[in-house]
Design a protein around this ligand. Sequence first.
Ligand SMILES: Nc1ncnc2c1ncn2[C@@H]1O[C@H](COP(=O)(O)OP(=O)(O)OP(=O)(O)O)[C@@H](O)[C@H]1O
Ligand SMILES: [Mg+2]
Length: 277
Amino acid sequence: MNAPAAAPRIGGSADRAGARVPVLAVRELSKAFDGVQALHDVTFDVHAGERVALIGPNGAGKTTCFNVIDGQLRPDHGSVQLDGRRIDNLAPQSIAHRGVGRTFQVAATFPSMTVRENVAVALLAGARRDGALVGGIADALHDADEALERLALADLRFAHCASLAYGEAKRVELALALAQRPRLLLMDEPTAGAGAAARDAVLQVVHEVTRNADAAVLFTEHDMDVVFAHAQRVIVLDRGSVIATGTPDDIRRDARVQKAYLGTDAPHAPHAPADTR
Ligand SMILES: Nc1ncnc2c1ncn2[C@@H]1O[C@H](COP(=O)(O)OP(=O)(O)OP(=O)(O)O)[C@@H](O)[C@H]1O
Ligand SMILES: [Mg+2]
């Protein structure tokens, strides 16, 4: 029989030499599709409590990177570690079980169930996985209502997921991912299709996730105002390679980043410092 998975370490951990072990360590990842080098030698860390944005022009490799981290794709080369343990050889369910939560560029829910039922099911599944006492469906529905309130989705509790607009479905999916209490939350364009109020609700939740330094968020985002206002660190991909890593201020000033964005659609280009809030 397999040994049970160790409980996730909370609040960051240290190796024997006392160095801080990142929640996520991506090392020399490469992945090609039919001659397209979607990822090339990608290396970066994400630490507990961090909100890190993974940005880059369309086709830069952001979604592919997420798909490798959460186990949907096998890398051609390189490794992924969660809390110092290798996960790139595991199935997606095992990686989710170890605490990697994910929202997708295109939302994924049970379409025939209501929003509230979807979240309640996710809460029950998460509670069972934690070994926590499951209070039953009534408690799960109560907690689901609270989660939906936080994400400005209370009015849609009884809507069927199939009827949701794109931005609404993405927020439901975020509620599902949060219900699993992830150690690492991967969010692929979480604010796409969201109006101003919904966008603020999503970003508020992202801050809450990282506030107690017990979890980390890695998100992709094309809106540079969102990136610069909400990421503590930014990793820039261009044609599969990391071309810059730094604080939002570093990234705004980076000549290679500005060059990589030239020629892309204006809304995707990083604003000059004077243009940002
Ligand atoms: N399953 C696949 N089969 C073939 N090529 C793929 C596949 N997935 C991605 N690619 C290619 O890999 C490259 C990186 O794509 P990816 O979707 O990771 O980019 P992205 O940074 O997420 O882009 P966007 O900002 O448009 O979402 C692109 O050239 C894309 O066409
Ligand atoms: Mg993408």
